[in-house]
Design a protein around this ligand. Structure first.
Ligand SMILES: [Zn+2]
Length: 313
């Protein structure tokens, strides 16, 4: 077992949910015609369409930002392997519920892949429930293959909400009929950034693309050539138009206090074989988003790469 990776811990600013709902409502209203943001009791997120392994999102909520794109480019660092149990422990919450976006375990999957975390662990790191998925490129036809992730491991990078999975009050955010250029996640993040400035407001959770289509990418197997330019990364990635309903898990941070955070990262899965990294919707008139989020009290930066890169973000 390799030495435990370094961890930095940052406290966040945690405003009231009511205040955040008001802020988001105003900000999203500039980018979507139909918007509502309110504070509600979390619905049972184990039910369809969400299919999370825990009913709620709450109880000691924190974010874990692990590794990053600098482990992927210019050439992949294939030794960057992590377990969910290791990250839960480093985030000071063994026995955690975890959801979010990362890269799949290449040795187990057989190639590089997108990973949608959705797991509950016990305090010894054992898996209590696992509905995590990976999405990989079918080498025969370039299509998407969505599979359950049967090991509690990932590689290279991960951006997770880590909590006790308890029922609690959550932010319910609905947005439909996009009128602006921002995607749902960037719009929320930039809204929080502009209101809270250098204060760090961090949230994680799940949103559903209920109607419409979205542009997602799936990383194909590792590039044989080094990836050194945005164009090379764009040419290497496989992009897809995927259909609702898509369940998207991940987190966002309004302000990076110099920890090389991935400030927004959501991955999607579905019951119809589609999944991957969320970019934006491509059906502005028809799109409908509905999300549930909690505010994180801390951010744990695990194994921050020594080099900062804008590639593959
Ligand atoms: Zn991603």
């Amino acid at each position: 077992m390799a030495a435990s990776p370094p961890v930095q811990k940052a406290s966040t600013h945690v405003p009231s949910l009511d205040e955040v709902a008001d802020v988001l409502s105003a900000g999203l209203g500039k980018n979507f015609a139909d918007v509502s943001a309110s504070v509600v009791d979390c619905p049972d997120l184990t039910k369809k369409p969400f299919m999370l392994v825990s009913e709620g999102l709450g109880g000691s909520p924190r974010l874990a930002d692990v590794g990053g794109p600098a482990f992927l480019t210019p050439t992949p660092q294939l030794d960057k392997k992590f377990t969910f149990a290791q990250i839960a422990k480093l985030a000071e919450l063994p026995g955690a519920f975890m959801i979010g976006a990362g890269a799949g375990p290449w040795e187990h999957v057989g190639c590089n892949s997108e990973m949608m975390n959705n797991v509950i662990l016990d305090c010894d790191g054992g898996v209590v429930r696992n509905n995590a998925h990976i999405a990989k490129v079918n080498p025969e036809n370039d299509g998407c293959i969505l599979e359950k992730l049967t090991v509690a491991e990932f590689n290279l990078m991960g951006n997770f909400l880590v909590s006790e999975g308890k029922c609690c009050k959550v932010l319910e955010v609905k947005a439909g009929k996009r009128t602006g250029e921002e995607n749902f996640v960037s719009c929320m993040r930039k809204t929080l950034q502009s209101f809270y400035q250098e204060k760090i407001v961090a949230l994680g959770g799940v949103f559903l693309i209920e109607k419409g289509k979205a542009k997602l990418h799936i990383m194909p197997d590792f590039s044989k050539e080094p990836l050194t330019t945005p164009k090379q990364v764009g040419d290497w990635l496989n992009f897809y138009d995927m259909s609702a309903p898509l369940v998207c898990v991940g987190e966002l941070v309004s302000h990076d206090p110099g920890m090389d955070l991935r400030v927004e990262h959501f991955h999607c899965f579905s019951e119809h074989g589609e999944g991957g990294h969320y970019h934006w919707d491509i059906t502005p008139d028809d799109v409908q988003y509905r999300g549930y989020f909690v505010l994180a009290d801390y951010i744990y930066r695990v194994d921050q790469p020594p080099v900062i890169t804008d590639l593959a973000r």
